[in-house]
Each structure stands twice: as C-alpha cells, then as structure tokens.
Design a binder for this molecule. Structure first.
Ligand code: DQA
Length: 141
C-alpha cells in the first residue's frame, strides 16, 4: 500500500471562514474527511499535516524522508515566497504534487510564482477539493 503525506500550509485551517467566495464554504475538517475518503477508495495510506509555520512545514518534509512514497503539498501563501520549502522537497527527493484550491494563475500577479512547484512533478490548480483527489490518483497511476 502506498503511503502519501498531505501537507497544507498557513490559513488552510481557516477554510469555511476565510474568503468563502474564493475557497468555498466547506471547512478544513471537511477537506480532511474528503482526502481520507478518496485515499480509502484508492487503497492509499494517507497522513495529513497542517501548519501555519514555515519551519514546521520544512521539518515535516524532512521527517517524511524514508517514510512516505509521495507528498501532496499545498504550501498556501508560502508557495509564493518559500525557497526553504522548495529546498526541503528537493532535499528529500520524494515525488511531490502541488495542489491549490483556487486558480492562482487568475489572481494577483504575486500568486503566479510558485517556488515549491519547481520541485513538484504534477500540479492540480483551481479544482477545489478535487485537486487533492486528482493528486492521490496521480500516485496510483
Ligand atoms: C492557495 C493559494 C495561495 O495563493 C493562498 O495564499 C492560499 C491558498 C490555494 O489553495 O488556493 O492560502 O494555496
């Protein structure tokens, strides 16, 4: 059975409250339940981690070394700023897929840059919760 780690960055724990026009009305718990359900159907073992702190995200990526077959990452705002997260993904060399709920290509210019995305083999952007499902499916293909 494949072991996949899902990593979610800052403010994703505020889903349902934060900018519902952009991120939807469902809360973070609903996202985690959705990911768990999708993983079960695909026969994937999944762990989900969320933090608002850049260093904690780096620590979690490092700790995944030798433990997981893949990483699904939505670094949230750190997508557009964090070379540390990019370097951590490169350091562990675990196949990674980038997910964003919203279509970052159609928002502010600064959201068009993705550092973490440079270390990711696939990207599912602007599909809402379904992006995580597509990312899980990518790992079984
Ligand atoms: C996000 C997009 C980012 O630009 C933003 O900072 C987020 C969420 C998304 O999932 O659409 O916090 O990663």
């Amino acid at each position: 059975m494949k072991k996949i780690l899902v990593i979610n960055g800052p403010n994703l724990n505020m889903l349902g409250i934060r900018e519902p026009d952009i991120y939807g009305k469902q809360d973070y718990e609903a996202l985690c339940e959705y990911i768990d359900e999708c993983a079960k159907k695909l026969d994937i073992a999944v762990d989900i981690f969320q933090s608002n702190h850049e260093g904690d995200l780096v620590d979690e990526i490092q700790a995944a070394y030798g433990e997981y077959d893949g990483i699904i990452i939505n670094p949230a705002a750190y997508t557009h700023t964090s070379v540390a997260i990019l370097d951590a993904l490169k350091a562990v060399g675990i196949p990674a897929v980038e997910v964003h709920l919203s279509d970052v290509s159609k928002r502010e210019d600064f959201r068009r840059i993705s550092y973490a995305g440079l270390a990711c083999e696939e990207h599912f952007i602007g599909l809402g919760f379904e992006g995580y499902k597509k990312a899980l499916e990518w790992f079984v293909k």
